[in-house]
Design a protein around this ligand. Structure first.
Ligand SMILES: Nc1ncnc2c1ncn2[C@@H]1O[C@H](COP(=O)(O)OP(=O)(O)OP(=O)(O)O)[C@@H](O)[C@H]1O
Ligand SMILES: [Mg+2]
Length: 207
């Protein structure tokens, strides 16, 4: 058996921002997948707001993720056949929020990321930084308690990255949600409340 994570013991305070660094293959994405219930651990427990996720079965696991977790990915992962507003509305519809209320919330969220004038745009007409802002709006629109970002700036130039991460952080903390962000960028990691490095299956503080 290939052991990726071992003796990971981490407690994160609600509302804080944690950055995770580590070389390729060190298990960063695996850690996020455990937190969102996409993967589950061979042993140990994972709790969010006092609820044990590791022991949830499908479909509770899927429902938990849909309600309480938001994701931001390196390659944005927007749906190319949907316009900007429809992409952001999607998590609401999956959670049963529909019609005018859903459209109002997605438009308001897009205004918060500075894209209130691009609601009907095709996503492939947006720049990388704009697409990532759509993805941030999509990750937050259903008010998740945990936001997971896996290399959110990996596909952006330095200047754009320097704008996107503070935006993500401020929107997450304004909602009292917790942010767990994987990054290769030391400067971005240092700006989090806590920076941790994953090495040989364990987490170490970055000084
Ligand atoms: N579904 C899987 N089945 C088997 N091995 C896997 C699976 N997913 C990941 N791994 C292995 O687990 C290890 C950690 O992978 P992971 O994707 O978590 O790394 P990472 O730190 O996110 O790397 P990167 O910076 O390249 O994204 C790697 O050795 C990978 O090959
Ligand atoms: Mg990864």
């Amino acid at each position: 058996m290939h052991r990726v994570l071992d003796a990971v013991d981490l407690e994160v305070r609600t509302g804080s921002a944690v950055a995770i660094t580590g070389r390729s293959g060190s298990g960063k994405s695996t850690l996020l997948n455990l937190l969102s219930g996409i993967d589950f651990p061979d042993s140990g427990t994972i709790e969010l707001d006092g609820r044990e996720i590791g022991s949830l079965r499908e479909p509770e696991r899927t429902e938990f993720r849909r309600l309480h977790v938001g994701f931001v990915y390196q390659f944005f992962n927007l749906v190319p056949t949907l316009c900007v507003e429809e992409n952001v509305r999607l998590p609401l519809e999956l959670n049963g929020v529909r019609g005018a209320q859903a459209r109002r919330r997605s438009a308001a969220m897009l205004a918060r990321v500075g894209l209130g004038d691009r609601l009907q745009s095709a996503v492939d007409t947006l720049s990388g930084g704009e697409q990532q802002r759509v993805a941030i709006a999509r990750a937050l629109v259903h008010e998740p308690s945990l936001v997971l970002a896996d290399e959110p700036t990996g596909n952006l130039d330095e200047a754009t990255a320097g704008e996107v991460v503070p935006l993500l952080r401020s929107l997450v903390s304004a909602r009292g949600a917790t942010l767990m962000m994987v990054t290769h960028d030391r400067a971005l990691a240092a700006a989090a409340d806590r920076a941790l490095e994953l090495r040989e299956g364990r987490l170490y503080p970055v000084s």
